[in-house]
Ligand binder design. Structure first.
Ligand code: BDP
Length: 704
């Protein structure tokens, strides 16, 4: 037994004694900390099947940090799932370089496979073999094997090759040095900058394990509204400590860089990207970082957007700014430049701004620059058509930015499983360039993290599913939201078929419910000012037009919706003609995007013959009904879930039931104040009058 194992065993015995002493049942110890890596004991018949193909774990060749992590994880996972009897065969980890002559067939499937790929093979004699070219592939293979066992999938399906669809699979943390998380709803930051580098919280290792388990291979550790502190000498040892801790798990560290840093902390009087002193400052800074962190990922930059500094402050372009940083980094890393911009002048249609600023720069970015584009052209709304940039910059490396934290989707209330939303975007056809997934395949995906200091990491238990789903989709965008929900729920809660048969459909419908009760039929940005919590469709008087919900719904006594056709802003023209055509005609288009593209009269006839007004109300009601159904379903699932987590989810759903009604009632009350239309027969009257909803204030709402 290795020393580490002995220590683990002693730890387990002590924990058991402690539980006994406190008379706590193991069930009540379920607090969500273990995420999907709980490794609950397998049912006896399943355990017997597994023992036929597994057994003691061995590595052929050297065990370095990454392989050590793989071995530890297999020990932990198999120990919890199978107990002491691991099986009659073995699990062997082997690098391609360590295969013997007769095992060439094991290497064949990995020829030309991207970094991180691995194969799991069933060897009739030896048991199970995990093969990879790089050590990180062995770690991913260990996690894949454990996932397969823990989610009750048929064992023969396990033996195949696994390849990541895209090289970069990153989390973006919007965490500030003082521990506040912008748009964070799960407590404070998980990063304790104040006490680093000496103190490394054990959570930092569990965080890396969780990421590695789903293939996430990089983390931008600070807010895009970046503090220059992260570029100071004082922070370098802190960053280095994290990077060292995460290296075995294949998680590369990146930081958000404040473009004005040469002025803020460098003593220069300009940050002009073409100024030689500025260029030298960034080169020295990059050298300083790489001397400490040789595999530093690079810089993420939000420039000239929402008041952040950038190259336009000096009359330069985004390409000038990005290429200057790219030259400083060289081939050691990457500059990820965000396309989320507000140009100060263009007020015709905010949805057009990023395209107008970036598409003319196609082909001008250096090879180690990536342009990171949000899934939609506005801002992480419950539903947006895919961002037109994805179909329009064939000579630029494009990366998709999704938001895992639910800034505009109810924050930390209830359930909104986001895989269906992301799949909708990934599967969207952009035109000649193919689907969005195809466009970003050479580059990657970034997800704005939902982690925080809450014991369960993500505020609600079900928000763990969004972290999980993001990683799984970035690894393989062709995975169905259904499969991801199933494997997550099986690992996180219960493998029972009755449980899964109810919880998976509930998850799959949850995001549509949110879109329905907040912003049905293609409406967007109706959230209250600043914190984006709750409805605010009546807000019309903020300084800039596009800060106001009124700007986005354009409703009056006659009709509602943002005209993005040729008669309006013509944002439709930013899409390839064959794509634009699919949204051009309300009579034939997918009505879920109706009011995103069209301004229509309240009595416009929908495709099923109802009026727009009746159809909108039906959608609000469907959203509320869906949340009620989710709460009922969950109530029936108590026998399958430990009491603490069951209660926490029930309470969270109760909040969502209240919020869904509030959204529906406030919105309908406001629309009626404009259109004066009666409610269709049998429809519930909003609980309060409009003045009541308008009077609600939440200055202390989190995440601002
Ligand atoms: C918006 C958020 C804001 C972010 C911004 C961004 O409200 O907090 O700073 O996006 O992505 O969604 O830069």
């Amino acid at each position: 037994m290795r020393v580490r194992e002995v220590v683990n065993r002693i730890g387990a015995v002590l924990t058991a004694l402690l539980c006994a002493a406190l008379a706590v049942s193991p069930a009540s110890a379920e607090d969500g900390y273990d995420l999907w890596l709980r490794y609950a004991p397998l049912e006896p018949s399943r355990a017997e099947q597994v023992r036929e193909v597994t057994g003691p774990v061995a590595i052929r060749g050297e065990a370095d940090g990454t392989v050590g992590a793989a071995l530890d994880e297999l020990e932990r996972g198999l120990g919890r799932m199978l107990g002491d009897d691991r099986g009659r065969k073995s699990i062997t980890l082997t690098r391609i370089a360590d295969l013997s002559d007769g095992e060439g067939w094991l290497a064949d499937s990995l020829v030309g496979a991207p970094e991180g790929s691995f194969a799991i093979a069933a060897d009739p004699h030896a048991g199970t073999v995990i093969v990879a070219r790089e050590d990180i592939g062995l770690l991913y293979g260990a996690f894949a094997l454990l996932r397969h066992l823990a989610s009750d999938r048929p064992l023969p399906e396990m033996a195949r090759t696994y390849r990541p669809a895209m090289p970069l699979r990153l989390l973006n943390h919007w965490d500030n040095p003082d521990g506040h998380v912008e748009r964070g709803y799960a407590g404070r930051s998980i990063f304790d900058w104040w006490h680093l580098p000496e103190k490394l919280d054990p959570e930092m290792i569990d965080y890396a394990r969780a990421n590695a388990s789903i293939g996430i291979n990089g983390a931008v550790v600070n807010n895009v509204n970046a503090s220059p502190l992260f570029l100071t000498k004082r922070y370098l040892p802190k960053l280095k400590r994290l990077a060292d801790a995460w290296r075995p798990y294949g998680v590369r560290l990146y930081i958000s860089a404040r473009f004005s840093a040469p002025k803020d902390i460098g003593g220069l009087d300009t940050a002009d990207p073409l100024d030689p002193a500025v260029r030298a400052w960034w080169r020295d800074k990059a050298d300083e970082i790489y001397a400490q962190i040789p595999d530093f990922g690079g810089f993420l930059v939000k420039a000239n957007s929402e008041g952040q500094p950038g190259p336009q402050d000096y009359g330069r372009t985004h390409a000038d700014g990005a290429n200057m940083l790219a030259a400083a980094i060289g081939d050691r890393g990457t500059v990820i430049w965000r396309a989320f911009v507000y140009s100060a002048e263009d007020e015709t249609d905010r949805a057009k701004q990023a395209y107008e600023e970036f598409v003319p720069l196609d082909g001008q970015f250096a090879n180690n620059v990536i342009v990171q584009v949000k899934n939609g052209a506005i801002d992480f709304q419950p539903r947006e058509p895919f961002h037109p940039i994805f179909g329009a910059m064939p000579n630029t490396r494009l990366m998709l930015e999704a938001q895992i934290t639910r800034e505009y989707l109810g924050q930390a209330s209830g359930i909104a499983y986001l895989a269906p939303m992301w799949s909708e975007v990934l599967d969207a056809q952009t035109g000649r360039a193919g689907t969005v997934a195809h466009v970003i395949a050479p580059v990657g995906m970034a997800g704005v993290a939902n982690t925080g200091s809450d014991r369960n990491w993500t505020g609600t238990h079900f928000d763990q599913a969004n972290w999980y789903a993001f990683g799984r989709l970035a690894w393989d965008p062709s995975l169905s939201p259904q499969q991801i929900a199933r494997e997550w729920a099986a690992q996180t809660f219960s493998r029972d078929e009755t449980f899964l048969g109810k919880v998976v459909p509930m998850m799959l419908g949850s995001r549509e419910a949110v879109a329905d009760y907040m912003t049905p039929l293609g409406l967007a940005h109706q959230m209250a000012t600043g914190h984006h919590y709750g409805p605010g469709p009546w807000v019309c008087d903020l300084a800039r037009p596009e800060w106001n919900p009124c700007y986005y719904h354009a409703a009056d006594s006659e009709g509602i919706g943002f005209d993005r056709t040729a008669y309006g802003s013509d944002a439709l023209a930013q899409y390839a003609p064959e794509i634009a055509r699919q949204w051009a005609d309300p009579a034939t288009m997918d009505e879920r995007y109706l009011l995103w593209f069209h301004h229509l009269e309240w009595d416009h006839r929908m495709q099923d013959g109802r009026t727009l007004w009746d159809a909108m109300i039906a959608r609000y009601d469907a959203g509320v009904a869906e949340v009620d159904a989710m709460a009922q379903t969950w109530a029936q699932l108590a026998p399958y879930v430990d009491p603490a987590r069951h209660r926490a989810v029930s309470e969270s759903l109760a909040i969502q039931q209240r919020e869904a009604r509030w959204w529906r009632d406030a919105s309908i009350a406001y629309w009626r104040s404009l259109n004066g239309l009666p409610l269709p027969d049998g429809v519930r009257v909003p609980e309060h009058d409009l003045d009541y909803y308008r009077s609600l204030e939440f200055p202390e709402a989190p995440g601002k």
